[in-house]
Design a protein around this ligand. Structure first.
Ligand SMILES: CSC[C@H]1O[C@@H](n2cnc3c(O)ncnc32)[C@H](O)[C@@H]1O
Ligand code: ZN
Length: 433
């Protein structure tokens, strides 16, 4: 049966406007009207009272690794290189499909609870499982089978790339239409140029976007320059590997040439401030990227380097840290950060029909309870949302008109079971290591 609902007496907020005492009418998967409350015909529609709530687009997380939620806390105070080589890679070598699946389920519960309706997920384990659970829980996602080819033979490299393309194609063709696929070579320091070329060619042949971790630390950039005579970003831009629609994840240590090149070539950036801070990697030049109108969105990265998947945390970091580094409070507005966390992310991940609360857009939205002490008084809702709210203030989540969370209760996944299984999977994994 076609879903029909109308949220009334609500404050609608998206990257373009705040509209108080509004009503949003949903028919099937779409928003069919946004108007002043009381102006819309309600016959035959389930009426949802949005009094005291903000209705905004679901948040979009453009970078993460869901299975790593099981590795939360295993390495908290190391820089990226040591974090990966001494702790994470040895730990990942002992993760199996079952524990990865438990991590993915836990990540989905955490993201859903905190208002994320669309996310990117790249990993080498639990790929079919990640696609299945995303379909079942009703979320949207861009999924990728990540590739690290350090030490792999040419034959193994080909196999990894073929598997990544097959997986991304399967996601693109998933029955719900809510999945996208991406080709994700891990980084320039784990994938040599000839492999990156092959990955980009394969991505183009299959009309898939290429995502890559890049320019995350100063050490990465220095080593790349010493080996190839160029920064990783300029090198990959000139080689045609980073191109229109590619996603540069991190882009912390980028110079003016890198930034101009990314702008000219139409490269998108996933800004992951919390992970970059925690790993001591640095701070991406967000104000410069925004000045150049590079499409920037927000990512949490994994729970092993963040340590939460709550995009409200990420919004606050993105809004705050650049004011400090630039000593200029106006460089990041709360409204521009909402734009990054919603419509920019949706477009970057290949979902142009979501991210705004407008007629014709997918009915992907969340409700936020503004009756909490830290959100009173209501003066500037963009500011309240970015500087004061957290994922715990999200009460309801809808994707394509379907309720995935109502009044704080998850409807499409058994939260208690997922948490219990994650605890057990982590214990078993630890005992077996
Ligand atoms: C090939 S699977 C994904 C691979 O990426 C690693 N990873 C997670 N977060 C980061 C990051 O911020 N920079 C670089 N690599 C990262 C993860 O541990 C897996 O090995
Ligand atoms: Zn990452």
């Amino acid at each position: 049966m076609t879903q029909r609902s109308i949220v009334e007496n609500v404050t609608v907020m998206d990257a373009t406007r705040i509209f108080s005492d509004a009503a949003v009418k949903v028919k099937g998967k779409k928003i069919v009207a946004v108007a002043r409350s009381g102006e819309l015909e309600t016959d035959g529609y389930e009426r949802i009272d949005g009094r005291g709530k903000i209705l905004m687009p679901g948040l979009v997380n453009t970078h993460g690794h869901t299975p790593m939620t099981l590795l939360r806390g295993i390495s908290d105070d190391l820089p990226l290189d040591r974090w990966l080589r001494e702790k994470i890679w040895p730990a990942e070598a002992t993760l199996d499909e079952e524990s990865a699946a438990a991590g993915t389920a836990l990540a989905i519960v955490e993201m859903l609870r905190s208002g994320t309706t669309c996310f990117a997920d790249m990993y080498h384990l639990n790929r079919e499982g990640a696609a299945r659970i995303t379909e079942e829980t009703g979320l949207k996602a861009s999924l990728a089978r990540g590739m690290i080819v350090l030490g792999s033979t040419k034959t193994e490299q080909k196999e990894k790339l073929n598997a990544a393309v097959a997986y991304a194609n399967a996601c693109e063709n998933a029955p719900s239409g809510r999945l996208r696929g991406a080709i994700f070579p891990h980084a320039p320091y784990t994938c040599p140029p000839d492999f990156l070329h092959a990955a980009k060619t394969a991505a183009d042949d299959a009309s898939l976007p290429l995502h890559i971790h890049i320019a995350e630390t100063r050490q990465e950039v220095r080593k790349h320059e010493a080996t190839y005579g160029q920064t990783p970003v300029t090198h990959l831009l000139e080689a045609g590997i980073l191109a229109e629609g590619s996603l540069a994840v991190h882009a912390v240590h980028v110079n003016e040439t890198d930034i101009t090149g990314m702008k000219e070539k139409g490269v998108h950036v996933s800004h992951n401030p919390q992970s970059n801070l925690k790993l001591g990697s640095g701070i991406a030049p967000l104000p410069r990227l925004l000045n150049e109108h590079i499409p920037v969105s927000l990512g949490t990265d994994s729970a092993a380097s963040n340590n939460t998947l709550d995009l409200f945390d990420e919004m606050r970091q993105a809004a705050m840290i650049h004011k400090g580094t630039e000593q200029a409070a106006e460089v990041t507005s709360a409204q521009s950060v909402v734009e990054m966390a919603t419509v920019n992310g949706a477009r970057t991940l290949g979902f142009p029909g979501t991210g705004l609360i407008e007629e014709g857009y997918d009915a992907d939205f969340i409700l936020i309870d503004t009756g909490k002490p830290h959100l009173i008084p209501r003066v500037n809702d963009y500011g309240s949302l970015v500087y004061a709210a957290s994922g715990q203030d999200v009460t309801d989540v809808f994707v394509e008109g379907r309720a995935l969370m109502r009044r704080g209760e998850l409807l499409t996944i058994d939260e208690e079971k997922v948490c219990h299984e994650a605890i057990n999977a982590q214990k078993k994994w630890k005992a077996d290591r």
